[in-house]
Design a binder for this molecule. Structure first.
Ligand SMILES: CC(=O)N[C@H]1[C@@H](OP(=O)(O)OP(=O)(O)OC[C@H]2O[C@@H](n3ccc(=O)[nH]c3=O)[C@H](O)[C@@H]2O)O[C@H](CO)[C@@H](O)[C@@H]1O[C@H](C)C(=O)N[C@@H](C)C(=O)N[C@H](CCC(=O)O)C(=O)O
Ligand SMILES: Nc1ncnc2c1ncn2[C@@H]1O[C@H](COP(=O)(O)OP(=O)(O)OP(=O)(O)O)[C@@H](O)[C@H]1O
Ligand SMILES: N[C@H](CCC[C@H](N)C(=O)O)C(=O)O
Ligand SMILES: [Mg+2]
Length: 500
């Protein structure tokens, strides 16, 4: 594509050099520059991307986009484009190169502290049931309509998103369900994706390491909706919002009159309202009211929070052009979302669940949900990730302590931090609760599963679907679900345990 066309949607670029040349790709990572590509120098949180301009040019970049002029003139043969917003320019060029693939697909985006993966999986399931082919981008995996691959982040960078959407459109996907993280919004990874349904699940504590305050975290989430209301990119999008959540209620109010708002929750003043919720170990029954009509939804998911997730999914159905009745019936055979309240087996009257709860609110919800199944005791094994929000550590402890009969504090992904120190910070929130610390996660799981008695439930929280554990110096293969199965299988025979 001509460079002139690639930058045509960028406001007031200052150009040194020709715009008549062609570019074939765009990236903000010098290590992935291709011959004939454009390099956008982003000032990141760690390093200033302008440091890599020479490297990018050596690798064949023919255009450089930066927020400052070249220090000593543009490199020979390279067009230098100065813009005020580099991440915005990256997104815009990527979308132009990809041919704005989201324009011709039904796009669902999901943001919020918890529930994004679950909702994206469920919407993807409904889209596939209706259209056969649909895409998904999220924490666990990416589905381009033909092939599924493991994901390495929740929301890829803008060239990644646009490239994936183009591949999905090329594969015949009529729609895509994607998770939109607060980092993704803040870094404009989805700035040029035209959404039809924008879901807001909830806002509770997480990521304060990145956003600083809850207010800034909320504003990051809100800005995606406000930007869409101001520029709907040729669509008539709807915001689907949990108004039982304080931030959700505020967002719905702010958007009033600016875009279509679908409110959901258990309270009054909702468009989709839950009237009754029942659950068994196998799933839930949810009675809903929508435009004066009542519906009974059955789904193989447990937890009141999943009732919220189901309302979010059903709120997105109309803006996505799906049938409400077909959606209700497809939810009955919704897939198990990997590592989300995943029942990993029962032996000897002991049932073990693996759940990705890694925030105070999620851990509280997970524990409460399992308590509602009325076990003799709930034994919770959890830790907290390193290099992430440290303020949530004692709060996760409080949540686990309040709702469990016994806890084992262990490691999550310590990353560059000392696992023992993370455990100590968690202990700070345990109060007078019964707990022990076992830093080795496999050992912690084994001890919990073996200490449990018939009728007990064990919850292994925090890592869900993850198949690795990250330490400062290495990443090892690690899967909570496999560890649970191994520990269950090795559970001492009840007869043997009874012998003196
Ligand atoms: C905190 C965060 O979001 N960081 C992201 C951000 O990094 P940054 O702004 O600090 O970038 P930087 O490392 O300072 O580098 C600046 C620029 O120099 C470039 N560079 C760097 C080195 C080099 O040799 N050449 C080069 O060109 C980089 O590509 C970048 O464009 O921009 C980078 C490039 O796009 C991302 O890779 C990086 O994600 C890191 C890996 C990360 O861990 N992100 C996590 C926190 C994240 O985004 N998580 C959310 C999910 C959260 C949730 O759902 O709970 C997600 O959506 O995945
Ligand atoms: N609507 C909800 N409200 C509160 N907690 C929830 C909700 N949905 C799921 N959870 C809890 O949060 C955990 C993570 O859920 P899920 O993976 O769907 O969220 P996510 O927003 O994608 O998380 P992440 O940002 O880490 O990718 C679940 O394992 C469950 O414990
Ligand atoms: N998307 C989340 C995942 C956390 C998962 C947990 N296992 C951890 O490592 O903290 C994050 O990057 O903060
Ligand atoms: Mg997710």
């Amino acid at each position: 594509m001509k460079l002139r066309d690639a930058i045509s949607e960028i406001r007031k670029p200052l150009v040194q050099g020709t715009l008549e040349g062609e570019i074939t790709s765009v990236t903000a990572d010098s290590r992935t520059v291709e011959e004939g590509g454009a390099f956008v120098a982003v000032r990141g949180g760690q390093v200033d991307g302008r440091r890599f301009i020479d490297d990018a040019v050596r690798r064949g970049a023919v255009a450089v986009i930066a927020d400052s002029p070249p220090e000593t003139g543009a490199p020979a043969g390279v067009t230098w484009i100065q813009v005020s917003d580099t991440r915005g320019a990256l997104s815009s060029i990527a979308a132009q190169l990809a041919g704005h693939p989201s324009a011709d697909m039904k796009m669902a985006g999901v943001t919020g502290t918890n529930g994004k993966t679950t909702i994206a999986f469920l919407i993807h399931h409904l889209m596939r049931a209706a259209w056969h082919r649909a895409g998904m981008i999220g924490t666990i995996r990416i589905d381009d309509g033909v092939e599924e691959v493991n994901a390495s982040c929740t929301t890829p960078d803008s060239p990644g998103v646009q490239y994936l959407l183009a591949r999905m459109a090329g594969n015949g996907c009529r729609g895509t369900a994607m998770e939109v993280s607060s980092h993704g919004i803040d870094q404009k990874r989805v700035a040029d994706v035209a959404f039809d349904a924008l879901v807001f699940t909830n806002l509770t504590q997480d990521h304060l390491d990145y956003h600083g305050t809850m207010e800034a975290y909320a504003e990051a989430k809100f800005s995606w909706f406000e930007a869409t209301a101001a520029n709907p990119q040729g669509k008539k999008p709807a915001a689907v919002i949990n108004v039982d959540d304080g931030a959700g209620a505020e967002l719905a109010e702010r958007l009033e009159g600016k875009m279509t708002v679908v409110r959901y929750g258990f309270g009054l003043h909702t468009d989709i309202r839950a009237l009754d919720f029942r659950q068994s170990p196998r799933g839930m029954e949810l009675k809903l009211e929508l435009r004066g009509k009542q519906y009974l939804v059955r789904a193989p998911l447990i937890g009141r929070f999943n009732a919220y997730n189901i309302m979010a999914v059903l709120g997105a159905v109309k803006p996505l052009g799906l049938s409400f009745r077909a959606a209700v019936s497809a939810l009955a055979d919704a897939p198990q979302v990997p590592g989300r309240m995943e029942n990993c087996g029962t032996r000897d009257g002991v049932t073990v669940f693996v759940d990705y709860a890694h925030t105070p609110d999620a851990l509280e919800n997970a524990c409460r949900t399992l308590k509602e199944l009325e076990p003799k005791r709930l034994i919770t094994v959890f830790g907290c990730g390193g290099d992430r929000d440290t303020a949530k550590r004692p709060l996760m402890a409080k949540a686990a302590a309040r709702h469990s009969d016994a806890c084992i504090i262990t490691s999550d992904n310590p990353r560059s931090e000392d696992p023992e120190e993370i455990v100590r910070q968690i202990e700070g929130g345990m109060g007078t609760a019964r707990y022990r610390t076992v830093t080795d996660r496999a050992e912690a799981i084994r001890i919990a599963v073996h200490a449990a008695a018939p009728g007990d439930i064990v919850l292994i929280a925090g890592k869900g679907h993850e198949t690795y554990q990250q330490f400062a110096d290495r990443t090892i293969d690690f899967d909570d679900r496999k560890e649970v199965k191994r520990s269950l299988a090795a559970r001492p025979d009840p007869e043997e345990r009874r012998r003196p």
